[in-house]
Design a protein around this ligand. Structure first.
Ligand code: PLP
Length: 384
């Protein structure tokens, strides 16, 4: 199988499995226990925290480990709104192309009375700074923005948004889930106040992530309890956190080479598909994108039959976000970019991984030519 769905999730790396297994076997005590096994587990936790912080670009004390980016996003939004409420700031501003979990939270909050505004994006999927500056006023508590879109890979202008948010006295949260391990973006030079990450997007385990809370900022807990300096209750998922650390360390070590390899293969895939098939449209082609993501369509050929034929030919890709796969709804991201429903339902996302080989790219192009070309032939009826 050629797996080209790395934005949905990645295979845990060998060193991740190894360190997690060792942790489960040896550091299984509760890091809050005062006895020696507990204190040994606490040292493992503290070491893992430092290793994750190194890649994220923050202080260890700024990291709050969570069950993943969805929880981190919830904590950031609900925490920032609670902080804002103390000074009369109640409004939430977020982009129209956020992850479905975050948009669902915004919808729920709006139904409960929180004022919410969505910042539109342009045809390339980049958030409009002009619209953002109109929406970010003195009643805004939080601006929330993804660092890179999971469907198109398009990078968002985080620095400019940080400036706009701070000028208005608001906080900036960045959902950096797709940035970590695929770009050199770091929390400490981003200007953001809150920063969500998830281990399973960089060959770590599922169910582990973190919210970075800038030093000095209070972000109330979602789950009460004394762990994580009272910011996230519940016995820490130590094997998951250790797996995150192993994944982060490996990603930091090979990042530059990984990015160069991804960029070369992304370019090869896009050029190869274009040469092999007519009507290839690549989303966000003219703007800065993740080096691993190619979201494209073949004319308005529906994605579903293409994906199932590609899978039968041994290539696994996806249409839009994993959470909406299987549904028949067109991608909200592509609709927000101004695409029609037919175009949006035609979009296919190939997301490469650091282990994707040149040969796999060639095989993917050949498989696409084989299975898609017949679908693009005009039928006798439509040719009339
Ligand atoms: N945010 C973005 C941009 C994502 O791509 C994902 C991945 O599914 C998430 C949030 C959710 O992450 P998690 O699976 O860790 O909850």
């Amino acid at each position: 199988m050629i797996y080209l769905d790395h934005n949905a999730t990645t295979r845990p790396a060998a060193e991740v499995l190894e360190e997690m297994t060792e942790c489960l076997q040896q550091a299984w005590a509760n890091p809050s226990s005062m006895h020696e096994p507990g204190q040994a587990a606490r040292r493992v936790l503290s070491d893992a925290r430092a290793r994750v912080a190194q890649l994220v670009g923050c202080r260890g004390a700024e990291l709050v480990f969570t069950s993943g980016a969805t929880e981190a996003n919830h904590m950031a939004v609900l925490g920032a709104l609670a902080v804002g409420a103390t000074t009369g700031r109640r409004r939430l501003v977020l982009s129209a192309v956020e992850h479905p979990g975050l948009l669902a939270l915004a919808q729920r909050l709006q139904a409960e009375g929180t004022p919410v505004d969505l910042i539109p994006v342009d045809g390339d999927g980049r958030v409009s700074i002009a619209a953002a500056s109109r929406l970010i006023g003195p009643d805004v508590a939080l601006v929330s923005m993804m660092g890179a879109n999971n469907e198109t890979g398009v990078l968002m202008p985080v620095g400019e948004l940080a400036e706009l948010a701070h000028r208005a006295g608001a906080l900036l949260h960045v959902d950096a889930t797709q940035l970590l391990g695929k770009t050199a973006h770091r929390f400490d030079d981003s200007g953001a106040d809150l920063w969500s990450v998830s281990a399973h997007k960089l060959h770590g385990p599922k169910g582990t992530g973190a919210l970075v809370v800038r030093k000095g900022l209070e972000c109330p807990a979602l789950l009460s309890g004394r762990q994580e300096r009272h910011r996230r209750g519940g016995t820490e998922n130590l094997p998951g956190i250790v797996g995150f650390a192993a994944a982060a360390e490996r990603a930091a070590r090979t990042l530059a080479a990984d990015v160069a390899g991804l960029q070369a293969r992304q370019a090869r895939l896009e050029a190869g598909l274009r040469a092999a098939l007519p009507g290839v449209h690549i989303y966000g082609e003219g703007v800065a994108r993740l080096p691993n993501t190619s979201c494209l369509r073949f004319g308005t050929l529906d994605a579903e039959p293409v994906l199932s034929r590609l899978e039968r030919a041994g290539v696994v890709a996806s249409s839009g976000a994993a959470c909406t796969a299987g549904g028949t709804q067109p991608s909200h991201v592509l609709l927000a970019m101004g695409e029609g429903a037919a175009q949006a339902k035609a979009a296919i996302r190939f997301s490469l991984g650091r282990d994707t080989t040149d040969d796999e790219i060639e095989q993917t192009i050949a498989a696409a030519r084989r299975v898609i070309a017949p679908l693009l032939q005009p039928t006798p009826a439509s040719a009339e």
